[in-house]
Design a binder for this molecule. Sequence first.
Ligand code: XIL
Length: 467
Amino acid sequence: MRPILASILLFFLLFNCSSDDDSPAEEQLPPEPITAAFSSTISSVDPNTLLVSNTTTYEFDFTSTWDFGLDNGAVTGVTGTQTVRYDAPGTYTITLTVTAVNGVTDTATATVVVDGNGICPDNTCVTIPPPVEETNDSSGLKDLADFSVGMAITRARLNVPQHAEILRNDFNNLTAEFEMKMDIMHPTPTTFDFSAGDAIVDFAIANGMDVHGHTLIWHNEFAIPDWVKNFSGTNAEFEAMVENYITTTLRHFRGRVRSWDIVNEAISDSRGNPLRNTEGDGLGSIFRQKMGPDYVRKCFQYARNADPDVLLFYNDYNLALSVGKRAAMFRLVDDLGDLIDGVGAQMHISFNSPSRSRIQDLANGVVSRNLLLHFAELDVRVNTEGNASLTGLSTSRANAQKAKYQEVVEIYDAIPEANKFALTVWGLRDNETWLTDFWRVPEFPLLFDANYNTKASYDGFAEALAP
Ligand code: XIL
């Protein structure tokens, strides 16, 4: 009996052991299905490169296989962010296949659309809409001019029906008065906010207008976020931040914005008109301090790399009034060579200054360089005496203002067609002008009064264009 009992015991032991061997393997099988997932973003430095990250999460081991839709087939086992370049225009499918240890698989796919400009954000390739054919017999300023007639605008004002109606009637080029400046578009080191700019661009496109982007780099407190003013990294990190900012912004608006002021007001008003640098040169420029004397060129190069088609401008004030500043501007512009398309001359002027000949000299200098000329930010001050209790325009001041508007428009209208770009007025109604805040006295520098009535200045603008 004893050997038989021992055999039975052994049999049970073996039987139990073999079933014990099987069950742990069963328990190791992943109980949950696996779900493949990945994210992708367009590189901020190369419009044809996509950065693809596997975001699959799973509590057991799994392997990943990528197929980027290119001719080089599938790749297995790579980890981290993949850098994938799509050189040729076309539509591609990315497929990520994940396989769990038990052999269960899942796939995720995404489509990539590429056009001549690079990878299209959200697969939407946009092009600048062709000029809208005029279908009405309107005689607004834009209809009289053979150049773009621009207006400064804010997102909020687009929603005021009377305001929007005048925009549609008289203007065909919009500039954001402040919502496409750095403090709004890049409010923190890690975020961009293009929502206001997008609203302005959408309105413009819906109404057959162009948009002039203003302004990427401006040292002024009006436009610079605190985190940039107090930047704590190295100079190299600052420069990389600026490149990323310019690239991201231009690529966001690519195809929807016709032109950009890349650098605004870089030239100091102090003796010799050097580039603004430290406080001694008027307001200092953090960009000059951190990026060196070549910073303007660097910014234009970043912009050109990001969007080879958009028109690039340098913009500054007092270029007609100050002979020295104008010369410094032309030195800067000549040095930029092919990197620049045009000069923006801010026309914050007064009813009696600068003289016609100085404005003409400025125009001649731009034309002789075969550059586009933007008469930007036009407003014509009347309260140059600084009268704090001025309540309106006298007839003689209104007429003097009208004459100055007419003069500016005549000069612009007479330049060769090849140099024409736009003439932009800096605000619609007198009660909206930035000058009241700036000079802290009442001002009436624009084309419309507070009730949306045209002023004599409007007639001066129109008469300069009359056939
Ligand atoms: C002004 C705007 O009109 C204001 O609304 C804003 O707060 C500050 O900037 N030169 C420029 C413009 O290039 O951007 C400025 O616009 C006026 C001076």
